[in-house]
Design a protein around this ligand. Structure first.
Ligand SMILES: C[S@@+](CC[C@H](N)C(=O)[O-])C[C@H]1O[C@@H](n2cnc3c(N)ncnc32)[C@H](O)[C@@H]1O
Length: 234
């Protein structure tokens, strides 16, 4: 597959998963992660030092932005997302909670950013992007000593856990498609397939090193069903 075909395949996955699903996103991610999403997001927050400006990539409905705003009330937050109905909910959330945040509709891989950030975080973007393309666009906007924190699903490396994970995915897809018809493409094994195929947990550390990051740490969460990578800009 050529690079162009790979990019188009990823974009068609994003277009099939997200437009029209923003309203039920918070419920779906909470219920089908069995509440673990909250725990994983807390793991992200722990890696974010005191910051003046924080970028939330693939900010979605603003769950992470809100969590960061509570912990860093002085910080200016910027959210970027490619799906406009998610940003409509994001806007309502930041207004309701009086959060000092701006948002940009765009692709994290080529969005035009202004200024510098002390921290860049993202929950669930790694599997949708090319690490080098993303980092080429984002890393010039991270201050020296600033951090990047990336979190996403991973395929559990342990055989026994992977078998349980596979069974859980079958149940989740069976129930999900019936309860949330707007998520058809996701529960029609789309997400399960993507998690099986993605190599983000292996490829991001190498790409971070190529793009001027150091202290690259990666850690599996919850028996390897998710992972977090954190690195510091030189
Ligand atoms: C599973 S949601 C996660 C939202 C939020 N980060 C959270 O954890 O609640 C994934 C989000 O990533 C966005 N997204 C996927 N690929 C993107 C890209 N290349 N650039 C910007 N946003 C992207 C989608 O539009 C969607 O809102």
């Amino acid at each position: 597959m050529s690079i162009d075909q790979t990019i188009e395949k990823r974009h068609s996955i994003i277009r099939s998963f997200f437009p029209g699903t923003g309203r039920s996103y918070d419920t779906v991610v909470h219920v089908f992660s069995l509440g673990l999403d909250l725990y994983w997001k807390r793991a992200i927050y722990k890696h974010v030092p005191s910051s003046k400006r924080i970028l939330d990539l693939a900010c979605g409905t603003g769950i992470v932005t809100l969590g960061l705003a509570k912990r860093h009330p002085e910080a200016e937050l910027v959210g970027v997302d490619i799906t406009d109905d998610y940003l409509t909910i994001y806007q309502k959330r930041i207004q309701k909670n009086r959060i000092r945040a701006q948002f940009i509709l765009g692709n994290a891989e080529d969005v035009k950013l202004d200024g510098m950030f002390d921290a860049v975080v993202s929950s669930y973007i790694p599997k949708y992007v090319d690490p080098d393309v993303l980092l080429k666009n984002i890393s010039p906007h991270i201050c020296s000593g600033g951090v990047i924190v990336l979190h996403d699903f991973t395929l559990p490396p342990n055989f026994l856990v992977r078998s349980i994970w596979t069974a859980y995915n079958l149940v989740m897809n069976f129930i999900g498609i019936r309860l949330f018809s707007e998520w058809k493409e996701v529960f029609d094994s789309g997400l399960t397939r993507l998690i099986r195929e993605t190599r983000w947990f292996e490829t991001f550390p190498e790409a971070l090193a190529r793009h001027g990051f150091t202290n690259i740490q990666k850690k599996y969460l919850t028996l390897g069903s998710a992972g977090i990578i954190r690195a510091v800009k030189k």
